[in-house]
Write a protein that binds this ligand. Structure first.
Ligand SMILES: Nc1ncnc2c1ncn2[C@@H]1O[C@H](COP(=O)(O)OP(=O)(O)OP(=O)(O)O)[C@@H](O)[C@H]1O
Ligand SMILES: [Mg+2]
Length: 451
């Protein structure tokens, strides 16, 4: 559902516009001044703006200019008074999608609104297509082309153009910090600081002074004023890592800082205003933490404007070959050719469950490269916990014994299921060639739709 922001100080017009927009299927937000509008734009993802040209304080044209500059993806429909057609023309020249003259006909507004929504949808679909066509192995430093990762890239692209908070969830080692960096370095704040704070590593007594700073004499040892992380991140991004481990009393103070965009250094009576984008990450299930009373619900809502969930590696095993290649390149001795993995090693890597996700994979490859005996790495060069397949793997008991053919058929089905139907990876996992796999699929009449 797309969101429209309607900006008008006339009550009747605001209400009428809202009704029509809701009817067209848009989520509606309203503002009566440009200042209010800009605040909303900063906080929420907005797809479209309808603005009156005579709205206080800046006026519709100036609002339009700012939108073009800071939110180029937002479509703008302008409302103009009868007899001021010249300004309306000026507005379209500045990039408004269309204009409607007041007092407007409901039908006309509805029609124009529908058209803008439709055009915007097309534009968005186009962008997605263009992105797929680029067929790159990943997004900036992020590697992986699986559908789950592509969804993540699209979200990063979308949120990086705005400043509202983002909450990144995912198991340990799934790339939460890398995603936070990608958001920052793809957006308009990229030349400003990116400040990571590990909330679980800070001593509870220090959290406040680390985040908000302190003034000279605030406590023993405070010899001079010190800036906190919030101020260091001013105009940039503050990355609150492991937010689930923030002590409860700090949660209230954090909420206040985020809401008021102000911090009070320890020992100071003055508040300092800051403009930071907040990205938070955790591997805890925050909704459960909220239910258990470990995490403040209001803070959760505040941080959870947009949520990015990173898939565990075992749910995107088709990305393993690309990741392995990248890590082989990364850890190879500069003077020597990059080692390659033998089939048996790749099969092991694909069969494993990866509880430590990408970080574990990266470590495994680093170790194999360091300890490997030659240009070809075998499964024996991999860490020992990978040697015996995934923890779930077991030897069937004698009464489960079936024909070899049946076992082969089942193995193929399982490989396809584990790789989400990616036949190339499935073949590798099974230790057979792709053509052999195709032949066997036919032989066993494996219905791939049933996988
Ligand atoms: N998609 C990816 N492509 C390439 N490398 C990745 C990818 N995701 C993560 N990595 C690498 O894996 C390692 C772990 O990533 P990161 O530190 O971002 O994970 P995390 O989710 O923050 O983990 P934790 O919860 O343990 O802090 C890093 O070295 C990172 O560069
Ligand atoms: Mg991390």
């Amino acid at each position: 559902m797309a969101t429209v922001l309607i900006v008008d100080d006339e009550d009747a017009a605001l209400r009428l516009c809202s009704d029509i927009a809701a009817e067209v299927g848009l989520r509606v937000r309203t503002a009566t001044t440009t200042e209010q509008a800009l605040e909303i734009l900063d906080e929420l993802p907005v797809d479209m703006v309808i603005t009156d040209l005579r709205v206080p304080e800046l006026g519709g044209l100036e609002l339009l200019r700012r939108l073009r500059e800071h939110y180029p993806g937002v479509a703008v429909l302008v409302l103009t008074q009868y007899g001021t057609i010249q300004t309306a023309v000026e507005a379209t020249r500045l990039g408004a999608a269309d204009y409607v003259t007041k007092p407007f006909h409901i039908d006309e507004l509805r029609r124009k609104l529908q058209r803008v929504v439709h055009e915007q949808q097309l534009d968005q679909e186009n962008r997605v297509l263009r992105e797929q066509l680029r067929t790159r192995p990943g997004y900036k430093e992020l590697i992986g082309t699986s559908p789950k990762m592509q969804r993540v890239y699209r979200l990063i692209e979308k949120v990086s153009q705005h400043s509202y908070p983002v909450l990144i969830l995912g198991e340990s080692g799934t790339g939460k910090e890398l995603v936070a960096r990608s958001i920052h370095f793809s957006g308009s704040r990229k030349n400003k600081p990116f400040v990571p704070v590990d909330c679980s590593a800070l001593a509870p007594t220090l959290v406040e002074s680390e985040l908000f700073g302190y003034v000279k004499g605030a406590f023993t040892g405070a010899m001079h004023n010190k800036q906190g992380m919030f101020e260091s991140a001013d105009q940039g991004t503050l990355f609150l890592d492991e937010i689930g481990n923030l002590p409860t009393d700090m949660q209230a103070k954090l909420l206040r800082a985020v809401q008021e965009r102000e911090v009070k250094p320890v020992g100071s009576t003055e508040r300092v205003s800051v403009s930071v984008r907040i990205i938070a990450a955790t591997n805890r299930d925050l909704e459960i933490a909220v239910r258990d009373g470990d995490f403040r619900q209001d803070l959760f809502f505040r941080l959870n404007v947009v949520q990015i969930k990173l898939p565990p590696l075992r749910e995107r095993k088709s990305d393993i070959p690309l990741l392995v290649q990248a890590f082989l390149d990364k850890f190879a001795d500069p003077g020597r050719p990059t080692p390659v993995l033998a089939e048996d090693a790749i099969a092991r890597l694909t069969a494993y469950d990866w509880p430590g996700n990408i970080r574990e994979l990266e470590n495994a490859i680093e170790r194999a490269v360091a300890l490997g005996s030659g240009p070809i790495l075998h499964s024996g060069d991999l860490p020992s916990n990978l040697q015996y397949g995934s923890p779930g793997e077991r030897i069937p008991s004698p009464d489960e014994v079936t024909t070899l053919e049946e076992m082969e058929r089942r193995a193929i089905l399982r490989a396809l299921r584990e790789t989400n139907g990616d036949k190339l990876v499935a073949a590798r996992l099974l230790g057979i060639g792709k053509t052999t796999l195709y032949r066997k699929l036919k032989q066993y009449r494996v219905d791939e739709g049933a996988v």
